[in-house]
Write a protein that binds this ligand. Structure first.
Ligand code: X8Z
Ligand code: ZN
Length: 645
C-alpha cells in the first residue's frame, strides 16, 4: 500500500468513526438529531441542485458549458452526501421507535435516499451520466421530413392532434421512434443495472420495488390489476366504439385491435383529440374551445391566469411574484434547446416555485397548465414541512391535484361561466358527447398507464431482458390497450424510449393512481360544495368548503399515511383506492355504449407477436401478408379445381 492510499484509508476511517459516534447510541432521540441535521443540509443542497437542473433544462449552449462542471461537481457532492447519510440511517433500529411520527420520518428518509447505494464513485458518476444523456437525447430528438426539421413540441404534437392522413401519420409515428427511442436502446440495459445496484444496499429486490415503496404497500401490482379489472369492461366498450367509428373512416379490418397511430396522440395514451371525428351527435356544440381561445387572442400567460383564478376562487393562495417572473411559459425562439415536457418545480426555499412549459394556446394546454399548477399549490401548502414530508401523501396525490380541477373546468357549464363557450346547451345528447370526450381522456388512459409501468417493473425485475425490451413493450400494450404498431417492429427498435417518462426515468404508476384518486376527490368535493345532480356536471368553482378540504390535505404533505389522509378527506368513506366514483361519473355513457350495436372485441395479440423471430407485426403488414396468403390459398384451390375438371 503506498503512502497516499494509506493516508486516505486512515482519513476515511477517522471520518467514519466521527460520524458513527455523532449519532451513537442510535436511539430515538439521536434519530431526531440526525433528522434535524439532515434536513438542514438537504434543503440547502436541494436548493442548489434544483437551480442547476433548472438552468440545465432551459439554458443556452454557452451557459450550459459554464454550468457543466458545476453540475458534475454537485451531482457527485450530493451522491456522496446521500451515501453517507444512508450508511448512518441503516444503524437506527427504527422498528423499536415508540414515536409513530419518527417511524414515519424514518421510512420517508429511506425513500428519499434509498437509491444512494452505489459506493464506487465511478459507477455513481456513470449512472448519473446515463440518466442525463438519455434525457438530453430524448428532449433534443427531432425528425427530418422532406428536408424540414420537426420537433416534438409543437410540430409532432400538433400533427397527431389534427392530421388525419393514415399513411402520413404512420410515417411520422415511425420517424419519431427512429429518432428518439432507438437511439437510447444501447444505454438502457446499463441504466437498469445501475438503478438496481443503487437500491440493493437497502435490501430492495430491485429498483421497481424501491420506487413502489412510496405507496406503502407490498402489493401494488396486484392492487392496480384489481382496480383495473373493474374498469376493463368500460374500456373494452369504448375500444369497440372507437374501432367501429375509425373503421368507417379508415376502412379498418375487423381484427378486434387498433393500430396505435390514429388515436390523436403520438403514444395513443389519451384519445380525446379524435373526439370530433367520432362523436355520436354531430350537430351539438363544439367541446373543444381552442378556436374560441385563439379568436380571443389569448396568450400563453393568459392560460396561467385562468388557472390561478380557479385556484384562488376556492380560497387557495395566489402565486407569488417570483412565480410569474421566473417561470418559463413559452418555447424560446432564440435557438435554445429547452426540455419542453411540462413540469413544476419546487426550489426548496419556501419562496421560489416555477413552471416550465412550452405552452400553446389550446384547450389541451389549458388543462396541462391546471395540472402543473396543482403541483405548485401542493409545494406552497406543504412548504413548512421538513424535507422528508415535502411530497404528496403518495405520488398519485400530487398528480391528482391539478387534474382534479380539470374535471370542473372542462364542464360546459364552467366553460360558459368563463366565456369560452357562447351558448349553453344541456340535453342528453350533449351529455353523451361530453362524457365520450372525457372517457377518451380518462378511461383510455387507464390501460396505457398500467402498461407503461408493468413493462418497466418487468425490466427492473429481470423478467424482461434487453433482447425482449421491444417485444415485451408491445405484449403489454396489446394486452392492456388492444393496440398494435402500424408497422413491423424489430429487436433493435426501442419504442418505450420514445416516451418521455421512460427516457427520463420518471415513474408512471403515479398517473394510474392519480386517475382513480381524482374521481374520488371530485366526488368528495362536489358533496362539500353542495352539488346536486350527476357527478359529471359538478363544478367546484368558488367553493370555499372544497378549498378548505384541499388545503388541509396538501398541508400534511407526506407526514401521514396516504390511507389515513384519504380516509379523512373522504369523510370516512374509504381509505383505499376505489374506482367506484369514476364508474359512477361515466355511468350514463356506460349504459349508452351497452345499447350501441358494436362488434365483439376479443383481440388476439398472438397474431402480431412473432416470438420466434422477435418481431412485432405491424397492423398493415400483417394485413398485407394475410391477404397474400389468402390469395395463394384461393389460387391453389382454383388449380386443384382446374385439374379435376
Ligand atoms: O407528464 C405529465 C405531466 C407532468 S407531471 C405533464 N403527465 C403524463 C404524461 O404526459 O404522460 C400528465 C398526464 C400523464
Ligand atoms: Zn404532474
Amino acid at each position: 500500500m503506498n503512502c497516499t492510499i494509506m493516508f486516505y484509508v486512515v482519513l476515511l476511517s477517522l471520518i467514519s468513526r466521527v460520524l458513527t459516534e455523532k449519532y451513537a447510541p442510535y436511539t430515538e432521540e439521536q434519530f431526531q438529531l440526525w433528522l434535524d441535521d439532515w434536513n438542514q443540509l438537504t434543503h440547502a443542497e436541494m436548493h442548489l441542485i434544483t437551480k442547476i437542473f433548472w438552468s440545465d433544462e432551459i439554458a443556452s449552449d454557452d451557459e450550459i458549458d459554464v454550468l457543466e462542471s458545476e453540475f458534475e461537481k454537485s451531482i457527485m457532492l450530493s451522491a456522496n452526501f446521500s451515501q453517507e447519510k444512508l450508511r448512518e440511517l441503516k444503524k437506527f433500529d427504527w422498528r423499536s421507535f415508540k414515536d409513530s411520527n419518527l417511524k414515519r420520518a424514518f421510512l420517508r428518509a429511506v425513500i428519499v435516499i434509498g437509491d444512494s447505494g452505489i459506493s464506487d464513485s465511478q459507477r455513481v458518476h456513470k449512472w448519473k451520466q446515463i440518466k442525463s444523456d438519455m434525457n438530453t437525447m430524448y428532449t433534443t430528438s427531432k425528425i427530418i421530413y422532406k428536408n424540414k426539421t420537426l420537433s416534438l413540441e409543437p410540430n409532432l404534437t400538433s400533427v397527431f392532434q389534427s392530421n388525419r392522413n393514415y399513411t402520413f401519420l404512420r410515417t411520422m409515428w415511425k420517424l419519431w421512434r427512429d429518432s428518439s427511442g432507438k437511439k437510447l436502446a444501447k444505454l438502457y440495459p446499463e441504466y437498469i443495472n445501475l438503478s438496481n445496484e443503487a437500491v440493493k444496499d437497502y435490501d430492495f429486490k430491485d429498483y421497481g420495488e424501491y420506487s413502489r415503496s412510496s405507496f406503502e404497500t407490498n402489493n401494488l401490482p396486484d392492487d392496480l390489476d384489481e382496480i383495473y379489472s373493474q374498469l376493463e369492461g368500460l374500456y373494452k366498450l369504448l375500444h369497440r366504439y372507437v374501432r367501429k367509428k375509425l373503421g368507417e373512416i379508415y376502412k379498418l379490418k375487423n381484427t378486434g385491435l387498433l393500430p396505435a397511430h390514429i388515436l390523436g396522440d403520438l403514444w395513443a395514451q389519451q384519445w380525446h383529440n379524435i373526439f370530433e371525428d367520432i362523436k355520436p351527435y354531430k350537430n351539438k356544440t363544439l367541446l373543444d374551445v381552442t378556436s374560441k381561445m385563439r379568436e380571443k387572442n389569448m396568450a400563453p400567460r393568459d392560460l396561467f391566469l385562468i388557472a390561478e383564478e380557479f385556484y384562488t376562487s376556492l380560497g387557495l393562495d395566489p402565486l407569488p411574484e417570483t412565480f410569474w417572473n421566473n417561470s418559463l411559459f413559452e418555447k424560446p425562439n432564440d435557438g435554445r434547446e429547452v426540455n419542453c415536457h411540462a413540469s413544476a418545480w419546487d426550489f426548496y426555499d419556501g419562496k421560489d416555485f416555477r413552471i416550465k412549459m412550452c405552452t400553446t394556446v389550446s384547450m389541451n394546454d389549458m388543462f396541462v397548465v391546471h395540472h402543473e399548477m396543482g403541483h405548485i399549490q401542493y409545494y406552497m401548502n406543504y412548504k413548512h414541512q421538513p424535507f422528508h414530508f415535502k411530497e404528496g401523501a403518495n405520488p398519485g396525490f400530487h398528480e391528482a391535484l391539478g387534474d382534479l380541477m380539470t374535471l370542473s373546468v372542462m364542464t360546459p357549464g364552467h366553460l360558459y361561466k368563463i366565456k369560452l363557450i357562447d351558448e349553453l346547451v344541456e340535453d342528453e345528447e350533449q351529455d353523451i358527447n361530453f362524457l365520450l370526450f372525457m372517457a377518451l381522456r380518462n378511461i383510455a388512459f387507464a390501460p396505457f398507464s398500467l402498461a407503461v409501468e408493468k413493462w418497466r417493473w418487468s425490466v427492473f425485475s429481470g423478467n424482461t431482458t434487453p433482447d425482449n425490451y421491444n417485444l415485451d413493450w408491445w405484449k403489454f400494450r396489446c394486452k392492456y390497450q388492444g393496440l398494435v404498431p402500424p408497422v413491423d417492429r424489430f429487436q433493435d427498435d426501442f419504442d418505450p424510449g420514445s416516451k418521455y417518462h421512460i427516457a427520463a426515468g420518471v415513474p408512471y404508476d403515479r398517473y394510474f393512481v392519480s386517475l382513480i384518486l381524482k374521481f374520488q376527490f371530485h366526488e368528495t368535493l362536489c358533496k362539500a360544495s353542495n352539488h346536486k345532480g350527476p357527478l359529471f356536471k359538478c363544478d367546484i368553482y368558488q367553493s370555499k368548503e372544497a378549498g378548505k378540504k384541499l388545503k388541509h390535505m396538501m398541508e400534511k404533505g407526506s407526514s401521514e399515511s396516504w390511507n389515513k389522509v384519504l380516509y379523512e378527506f373522504t369523510d370516512g368513506k374509504t381509505d383505499k383506492l376505489d374506482p367506484s366514483a369514476m364508474l359512477e361519473y361515466f355511468k350514463p355513457l356506460h349504459e349508452w355504449l351497452l345499447k350501441q350495436d358494436l362488434s365483439e372485441n376479443e383481440w388476439n395479440c398472438n397474431d402480431y407477436l412473432d416470438l420466434k423471430n422477435n418481431i412485432v407485426h405491424g397492423y398493415d403488414t400483417n394485413f398485407a401478408s394475410r391477404q397474400t396468403s389468402k390469395l395463394i390459398e384461393m389460387l391453389a384451390f382454383l388449380i386443384v379445381l382446374f385439374n379435376i375438371f
